[in-house]
Design a protein around this ligand. Structure first.
Ligand SMILES: C=CC(=O)SCCNC(=O)CCNC(=O)[C@H](O)C(C)(C)COP(=O)(O)OP(=O)(O)OC[C@H]1O[C@@H](n2cnc3c(N)ncnc32)[C@H](O)[C@@H]1OP(=O)(O)O
Ligand SMILES: NC(=O)C1=CN([C@@H]2O[C@H](COP(=O)(O)OP(=O)(O)OC[C@H]3O[C@@H](n4cnc5c(N)ncnc54)[C@H](O)[C@@H]3O)[C@@H](O)[C@H]2O)C=CC1
Length: 330
């Protein structure tokens, strides 16, 4: 008899949208080269969007979301991978148009696979997940731009979220002077534990009106929030400063002027984790296993949940209530 396994499935027929845990078998998985027994997945904002009817993430239904997975290879037609290999899969079409990680089994192209680096467990890989990788990629872009710990204060917005928490902890570990911005007054202690030197409110960044040129404060910023927050950051960056932009939890429209760019030489650096070249991807996962790994990863940032608890976690991330990272045990 064909092996049965559990997965979180979303389906949309006309206006009728449904989601929940279902029993599937291996024949339901897409035809691809490497079959993986998923051990852990994680919950990203994009997964929240994938779990609702008009999130504009999922391309075809029925579908298994989950843009991250880590597990053990059980079968491979790709010579680069063997049964028993521990692997990470994030990005590309995973959880968007190719069945994703909210499933006990997954089948993916070998080109999407990163071998688990030495010094990292499968669970740690998924506490990081796409959010952690995006934080590392944001720092990579800022440092390529010339930012160093000596440049001055680095602002992290959405600081209690996935990308934000990881950015605070990684920057602090590298010796940066991190200022964390949050709307959650109850989480100041959490941010201090991650290494933030100062904590400011969302309103303190945006103020009542965003002037074309604000007081110069930030050497750099990691911004997964976007919208007005990004517009305000641009006006507050120091001469030659840069903001690494990854997200839109605060909105996708950004209204700014040319002045910070032409009078202060500031830069907006775009961060795309999905099609980041494999060479950089592997290098960053290696750093995440070593130099970038925060001591607080498992105990403070990661919260393990079961597949049955996933629907609540997806609602929580969409409501902006999630703290740190939900890691899903499969
Ligand atoms: C982990 C990563 C992230 O979290 S990224 C942030 C999450 N992603 C989003 O929130 C994007 C969700 N998508 C949208 O809101 C919309 O698709 C849109 C606003 C980006 C565009 O909407 P519109 O209705 O104007 O057009 P289409 O949806 O038909 O798309 C137009 C064009 O853009 C391509 N595209 C759509 N989404 C993406 C994407 N995520 N990455 C790259 N490109 C994207 C889409 O394929 C269309 O291009 P075409 O060449 O015509 O196929
Ligand atoms: N460009 C890329 O490759 C990637 C982009 N992203 C994007 O980054 C963003 C964050 O993703 P996650 O960390 O997974 O989400 P998350 O939900 O864990 O974190 C989002 C943070 O934004 C805060 N927030 C919500 N609404 C806000 C508002 N109006 N103003 C200020 N802050 C607000 C939340 O409180 C939370 O702290 C999302 O937009 C996501 O799509 C995430 C990963 C990769």
């Amino acid at each position: 008899m064909e092996k049965k396994f559990r997965a979180f499935v979303v389906n949309k027929v006309g206006d009728n949208f449904q989601s929940g845990i279902q029993q599937l078998n291996l024949n339901d998985l897409p035809d691809s080269d490497v079959t993986i027994r998923v051990q852990y997945s994680s919950v990203n904002y994009k997964d929240g969007l994938a779990s609702i009817p008009n999130g504009k993430i999922v391309k075809t239904y029925p579908f298994i979301p989950g843009i991250d997975l880590a597990g053990i290879v059980v079968d491979s037609k790709d010579a680069r991978f063997r049964e028993g290999d521990e692997v990470i899969v994030t990005s590309y079409e995973l959880g968007v148009s190719h069945f994703g990680g909210f499933s006990e089994y997954a089948r993916v192209p070998g080109d999407w696979i990163v071998p688990l680096p030495k010094g990292m467990t499968l669970k740690e890989a998924m506490v990081y997940g796409t959010a952690g990788f995006t934080a590392a990629l944001s720092i990579y872009h800022l440092e390529k731009h010339g930012i160093t710990p000596e440049s001055g204060e680095v602002l992290v917005t959405g600081a209690t979220g996935g990308v934000g928490s990881m950015a605070v902890a990684m920057l602090a570990k590298k010796g940066y002077n991190v200022v964390a911005s949050t709307g959650k007054e109850s989480e100041h202690r959490y941010l201090q534990e991650l290494g933030a030197k100062e904590i400011i409110s969302r309103e303190e960044i945006v103020g009542e009106k965003i002037p074309p040129l604000g007081k110069q404060r930030w050497a750099a910023a990691v911004d997964p929030v976007g919208g007005k927050t990004l517009a305000a950051i641009v006006s507050q960056l120091k001469y030659n400063g840069a903001v690494a932009v990854s997200g839109l939890t605060g909105g996708s429209d950004v209204s700014t002027t040319v002045f910070p760019f032409i009078l202060r030489g500031v830069s907006i650096l775009g961060v795309d984790s999905v099609y980041c070249p494999m060479e950089i991807r592997k290098e960053l996962w290696q750093q995440m296993a070593t130099d970038l790994k925060p001591a607080q990863l498992l105990e403070t940032i990661g919260h393990e949940i079961s597949l049955d608890e996933l629907p609540n976690a997806l609602q929580s991330i969409l409501a902006g209530k999630a703290k740190g990272r939900y890691v899903v045990k499969l």
